[in-house]
Design a protein around this ligand. Structure first.
Ligand code: IMP
Ligand code: MG
Length: 176
């Protein structure tokens, strides 16, 4: 019996490549002479990050941060539960946070707060996908790939129970 979920391609690898190129052009215009620090949110952003930085032809640094899911309930106390810590100094840097998908916005809001407290020179957000219908907290996305419907997505780094990150296309789970 086949218990694999049915997947429909929402954005093909070619469409993703075009979107990543467009984002790189926008980011390059703003950051080419600023030696930015790109910070990817683990684990979902690693595929996007790998493609994005290879379209950026100026000096930059890359780091990753992991937030335990919804570990932001202690936000007001300034504590974020991190599953992976930054290795880089953020103070005074031009920071671009790189996310795979902004859904409720809680993870992103939490990490933006966390980074802002470290006093970067600037802090902006790049997200490959945005699911605005599910938003619980307002988020400004400075560089956005795709707006997506309220469907569960996998592929290109996005997972379902840690699976499907390796799919080259972004797929939506078929609704039952
Ligand atoms: P948030 O709800 O905006 O905090 O999103 C938190 C995280 O949930 C994202 O960074 C993703 O890793 C994950 N997530 C949200 N929607 C999806 C989806 O459709 N597919 C896979 N992961 C998702
Ligand atoms: Mg994520």
């Amino acid at each position: 019996m086949d218990s694999r979920p049915k997947l429909n391609i929402l954005f093909s690898r070619d469409e993703i490549e075009a979107a990543v190129r467009r984002l790189a052009t926008e980011i390059g215009r703003d950051y080419h002479d600023r030696f930015p620090l790109l910070i990817g949110i683990l684990r979902g952003s690693f595929v996007f990050m790998a493609d994005l930085i290879r379209q950026l032809d100026f000096p930059l640094e890359v780091d990753f941060i992991g937030a335990a899911s919804y570990g932001c309930s202690t936000r007001s106390s300034g504590q974020v539960k991190l599953s992976h810590r930054l290795q880089s100094e953020v103070r005074g840097r031009e920071v671009l946070l790189v996310e795979d998908i902004v859904d409720t916005g809680l993870t992103t809001a939490c990490l933006l707060d966390y980074l802002r407290r470290k006093k970067p020179a600037s802090l902006k957000l790049c997200a490959l996908t945005d699911k605005p219908s599910r938003r619980k907290v307002p988020i400004t996305i400075d560089y956005l790939g795709f707006t997506v419907p309220d469907r569960f997505l996998v592929g290109y780094g996005l997972d379902l129970g840690q699976k499907f990150r390796n799919l080259p296309d972004i797929c939506a789970l078929e609704e039952a």
